[in-house]
Design a binder for this molecule. Sequence first.
Ligand code: GLC
Length: 464
Amino acid sequence: MLYKASKSLLLAFVLVFTFGAMLHSSTYAQDAKTLKIFLGSVGDLKPDQAIVDRWAADKGVKVEFVYAPQSATDILAVIQQFLAAKSQDVDLIQFDTIWPGILAPNMLDLAPYVEKAGFDTTQFYPRLFQNNIVDGKVVGLPWFTDAGLLYYRTDLLKKYGYDAAPTTWDELTAMATKIQEGERTAGNSEFYGFVFQANAYEGLTCDALEWQFSNGGGSIVEADGTISVNNPATIAALERAAGWVGTIAPEGVTTYQEEDARRVFQAGNAAFMRNWPYAFLLGQGGADGKTETAIKDMFNVAPLPAGDAGYGAAALGGWQLGVSAYSPNPDLAAELVLYLVSPEVQKERALKLSNLPTIESLYTDSDIAGQIPFIAQLVPVFQNASPRPSTVTASKYNDVSVAYFTAVHSVLTGEADAATAMEDLETQLGDILGDGFKVGMPPAAMPMGTMEAMMPTAEATAAK
Ligand code: GLC
């Protein structure tokens, strides 16, 4: 329901946006020295502006920023509009780790540029680089990676007698209940135990995959084509999450995206938050120390708790940079991509944005380990992060994800019960995916460490 309502808003955004971009381009259409870069708008935007401006000044060119909407679901719609129109109003595109299969036909192959520049792609974690190769085409290069994390208030844990972050969802529920009661009694009526992302959008697919996978319910569509949503473990995981809404989480959490959760946590009004690494430095006051925060030095991050399967799961996220096949400035645009994904820029972004590098050696960099300790400390969490089923579903991934988050959302808002919603979803996913896919049970328990690791493999190295 909510998703449908937001669709017309999105259309309005796209129209205004596209028109705005067209107006813009009339000024620069003849100017080959102006690049336009379509970038995400979540978090602190200043460091990237400075990084790009430095490059532009050095090259004697101009780079314009075109900012995307905040929701990944909406961002995809805007990118698809650009590409379908063969728009020349965008050169570089920042795109999500789940979209190479969807965007591939309309993106430039970066392989010749990589080769010409002598850029060593073995620096990347192989699976992050490989994820960008579609039918032999290098659709993008991995700019930063992401994994779901549990943020927790160290001061409040201590105050309520806990000496460590919760290791199971049930423990989190109990701790959040106690802390919320205590803080409300102490006078903060705005205080909540746990905030996360439960709006009907791509972010909910990530959160719900974590609940489902950590309960032993599988990962929506398995690599072998098994559709695994209608099973007792997934249903139980969704029932547990629905129980948080209006108890330890605000009723309104079903409208929350990343930035909504961060605002509540950063204002000191939540004990726990599920979010991505970018929220860490902002909670500490941001790169320049000017971001308002009530929790500086009062929180930390931990792996997300385990479900009934006995292990936790972190959704694998992350963003790539690529060049539109319709860019009027492909050479210059590819050059900017190679600069932005370089080890130097990735190090700067780790230090100024607490974004996770895609370059393996930076995880042992002493400056990063010293200033943003969790990056080096949680390497196993990042290496074992659970991918969404974008490889096996390829161009149909977005339809699958929309069906999934819509069904999960209906459970969280109480419109549907989990068992019925998952039964209906199973049928819907079968219809979307068609031949080659079958419904079934998830694979047997798969603890962390057995999933495809990011470590170099002979195959990935040979495929370079
Ligand atoms: C983060 C992740 C991205 C994911 C999005 C969902 O930006 O990096 O992969 O799709 O969150 O909201």
